[in-house]
Design a protein around this ligand. Structure first.
Ligand SMILES: [Zn+2]
Length: 274
C-alpha cells in the first residue's frame, strides 16, 4: 500500500494570452500518511492582492486570471482542511507561478534541488530576477535541498526520495531552469510524474512525427526562449516520451501548464485509493 492515499489535481493559476493560449498551473494535493503534501503551489493569495509588485510585468503580460478561488489555499480550505495541515511542498522549480502559493502555508517545508535554491537566491542575471521573485524566495525559510547522485527510479538515473514523505521523489531535470526537477508520486493505482515545465504542450510526448500543431509549435518556441539550458529541453522531451510510453510501467506523465492533460487527469482522478 502506498503512503499516498489520495491525490487531487488542482489548477492553481490560469493564464491566457494571445501567444500561449489558455494555460493552467497544475498542482497536486496529496493526502499522505505524513500529512498533506503539495507538488508545486501555483499563484498565492498575496500575489493576487499585489500582482504588479509580487509577480512583475512579464507575468502580467501572460494574462494571469488572478482568481483567489484558484489558489491552493482556497481550494484546500474548501476541502475542509486547515492551511497548517500542509506539511510539505515539493517544488519542480521556484518560478513565480510554481512557488508563489507556498507563502500561504507557513507550516510547510519546501523541498527543492540545491541548485535551484542557490540560483533563485542569487538572482544574478535579469532573466533570473524576472522569474524568481524576491518575496517568494525570501519566504523560503523552512526547506530541504537535494544534491548529488541520487538513486535510479523508473529508468531515470538520479531520483531523491523526499525526506519525511513516503512514495514521493524529486527527479532533477535541468533545462527549463538550472535546478529544475520532475516529481514522481507512487500511488496504489500507478505512478504520477509531474514534469513541471520540462515541456509545455502534450505534443512533446507524442511519438508520432505528424506536422507540428501551431499551438504546440508556438509553445515550444516560448519554452526554448525561457529555458536556462535550451540544449537540454529536447533531451528532456525524449526522456519523458520514453517514460510516458514505457509499457512496463504505468506512469501518467504531465506538465504544469497543459490544460488538456490537466482536464484528463482531473476527470480520471480516483476518489480513494484502496
Ligand atoms: Zn511555469
Amino acid at each position: 500500500m502506498s503512503g499516498v492515499r489520495r491525490v487531487h489535481h488542482l489548477n492553481c493559476g490560469s493564464f491566457d494570452s494571445l501567444a500561449s493560449g489558455p494555460l493552467v498551473s497544475h498542482v497536486l494535493l496529496c493526502e499522505t500518511k505524513d500529512g498533506l503534501v503539495l507538488v508545486d503551489s501555483g499563484i498565492g493569495r498575496s500575489d493576487i492582492a499585489s500582482p504588479r509588485s509580487r509577480l512583475g510585468r512579464v507575468a502580467l503580460a501572460l494574462g494571469p486570471a488572478l482568481r483567489v478561488e484558484e489558489t491552493a489555499a482556497h481550494q484546500i480550505e474548501a476541502l475542509g482542511y486547515q492551511l497548517s495541515d500542509v506539511r510539505h511542498i515539493v517544488a519542480t522549480h521556484l518560478d513565480y507561478d510554481h512557488i508563489g502559493g507556498a507563502l500561504d502555508f507557513p507550516h510547510a517545508t519546501v523541498h527543492t534541488t540545491a541548485a535551484e535554491l542557490r540560483t533563485a537566491r542569487a538572482r544574478r542575471r535579469l532573466p533570473e530576477r524576472l522569474r524568481y521573485r524576491r518575496p517568494h524566495v525570501e519566504a523560503i525559510t523552512s526547506f530541504q535541498t537535494y544534491d548529488g547522485t541520487g538513486e535510479e527510479l523508473l529508468g531515470l538515473p538520479a531520483a531523491h526520495p523526499i525526506l519525511g514523505v513516503e512514495d514521493v521523489w524529486l527527479v532533477p531535470m535541468p533545462g527549463h531552469s538550472i535546478g529544475h526537477a520532475g516529481v514522481a508520486v507512487r500511488t496504489s493505482n500507478g505512478w504520477l510524474f509531474h514534469a513541471g515545465d520540462s515541456f509545455y504542450h502534450r505534443a512533446a510526448l507524442s511519438s508520432s512525427r505528424s506536422a507540428p500543431i501551431s499551438r504546440a509549435a508556438m509553445l515550444c518556441a516560448i519554452e526554448l526562449t525561457l529555458a536556462s539550458i535550451p540544449a537540454k529541453v529536447r533531451a528532456n522531451h525524449q526522456q519523458l516520451r520514453k517514460l510516458a510510453h514505457d509499457p512496463s510501467q504505468r506512469v501518467a506523465v504531465f506538465c504544469a501548464h497543459d490544460a488538456a492533460l490537466f482536464d484528463r487527469l482531473r476527470a480520471e482522478q480516483s476518489p480513494i485509493f484502496p
